[in-house]
Ligand binder design. Structure first.
Ligand code: UDP
Length: 413
């Protein structure tokens, strides 16, 4: 018998910042009666420690070699893209054979060709954008009339630009792929953006789903008429309110496991006092920068929960990676390698969030009512910081010195 529910196929890049909002969207679709198949790599699936146990959600996995120990870096993106596209075709055919035909494909920016593939199977598709609408607009303008100007001014620190429907943007507010040292590097990412924007423009009825909401970006959602953006956010796990233990709540799916002692530690702290410090799942800092953060936190006199991720290569942190004031840090605060971030942000003891302003972290902090201290690194984080500081006024920005370091005094301030 044919499947009576609409069946969505969602495919995204296997990084935490991509998986979390896509899984959240899956849960919402299931909540309104759809079935969802979530396609990801075997490696990413094996690291989802809190698989959302939601009826109607199925995983379909494919190999990118990582589960067998193959290391993948940003330059391997084309390999992932090829494997993902091959997997999509197989999955669409297999689902049809099983009597659960795919009704709609939802894909992320990093899977070029997904829209064409869906069209070849006569399936509607939608593109899930996991950054703010403002950033998608900026990319659109970059490829439509403003690219030459931005490129020609990319090294001018006093450069600022007015783009229709957006706040005035200075150089530091633009995506890092256009300005500064990233501009020649991430050409895979830029090429993917350009391709997707072309696809969106060509579609008669383009569907770009954005992890934002109307009241947050009312102008940006409508700034570029051709893009026809639809807000589907905030795609943030719920059920963590008032710091209650939400271990049964189907979470976004952490790509890591570990102790949850930090929840007990948070409970022991007075309301609105804890400084939570985390720079997401990708950014890493030099030891010099880490030492400045450490001293700034100690001098602030506040309790802090500081997330320092283990090294990617699985090596234990070595003696030379230890901070000089490790013992003092452990007296005043708690150092952890991973946490369930929404649970932490929802805890009443939280005072503020020192963040790299990845979009998920930003919108999770907004949703939890936690003010931010922005320390942006790359990609969309500078633009997100601009929105947080100047448009929504829900945070402040740390300034770097001439060596591009945020000093302990600046953090303490
Ligand atoms: N995250 C988490 N625990 C951590 C660190 C990160 O749950 O210890 C989650 C965080 O809640 C967010 C995602 O990982 O949903 C990170 O995405 P973001 O866009 O903020 O930054 P990225 O890691 O992509 O730079």
């Amino acid at each position: 018998m044919a499947n009576p529910h609409p069946h969505f196929l969602i495919i995204t890049f296997p990084a935490q910042g991509h998986i979390n909002p896509a899984l959240e969207l899956a849960k919402r679709l299931i909540g309104v009666g759809a079935d969802v198949t979530f396609a990801t790599t075997i490696h990413a699936k094996s690291r989802l420690v809190k698989n959302p146990t939601v009826d109607g959600l199925r995983f379909s996995t494919f190999s990118d070699g990582q589960e067998e120990g193959v290391k993948r870096g940003p330059n391997d993106l084309p390999v992932f893209q090829r494997l993902a596209s091959e997997n999509l075709s197989e999955l669409i055919m297999a689902s049809a054979n099983e009597g659960r035909p795919i009704s709609c494909l939802i894909y992320s920016i990093v899977i070029p060709g997904a829209a064409e593939l869906a069209r070849s199977f006569n399936i509607p598709s939608a593109f899930l954008w996991i950054q703010p609408a403002t950033v998608l607009d900026i990319y659109y303008y970059y490829f439509n009339g403003f690219g030459d100007l931005i490129r020609s001014k990319s090294s001018d620190p006093s450069f600022s630009i007015e783009l229709p429907g957006l706040p005035s943007l200075s150089r530091q507010d633009l995506p890092s792929f256009f300005v500064g040292s990233d501009q020649n590097q991430e050409n895979h990412a830029l090429a993917a953006f350009q391709k997707h924007l072309e696809i969106l423009e060509q579609e008669e009825n383009p569907k770009a789903l954005v992890n934002t909401f109307d009241a947050l970006e009312p102008e940006a959602l409508r700034a570029v008429e051709k893009l026809k953006l639809t807000a589907v956010g905030p795609l943030v796990p719920s059920g963590f309110s008032d710091g209650k233990d939400a271990s049964d709540t189907p979470s976004g799916g952490d790509l890591s496991d570990g102790s949850r002692d930090y929840m007990e530690w948070l409970k022991s702290k007075p309301e609105s006092t804890v400084v939570y410090v985390s720079f997401g799942s990708i950014s890493m800092f030099s030891m010099q920068q880490m030492e400045e953060i450490a001293r700034g936190l100690l001098e602030s006199g506040r309790p802090f929960l500081w997330l320092i991720r283990a090294k990617e290569n699985g090596e234990e942190n070595k003696e030379e990676d230890k901070l000089s004031c490790q013992e003092e840090l452990e007296k005043q605060g708690m150092l952890i390698q991973w946490c369930s971030q929404m649970e932490v942000l929802s805890h009443p003891s939280l005072g503020c969030f020192v963040t790299h302003c990845g979009w998920n972290s930003s919108i999770e902090s907004l949703a939890s009512g936690v003010p931010m201290i922005a320390f942006p690194q790359w990609a969309d984080q500078g633009t997100n910081t601009k929105l947080i500081k100047d448009v929504w006024k829900t945070g402040v920005r740390l300034m770097v010195n001439e060596e591009e370091i945020v000093t302990s005094d600046e953090l303490k301030r």
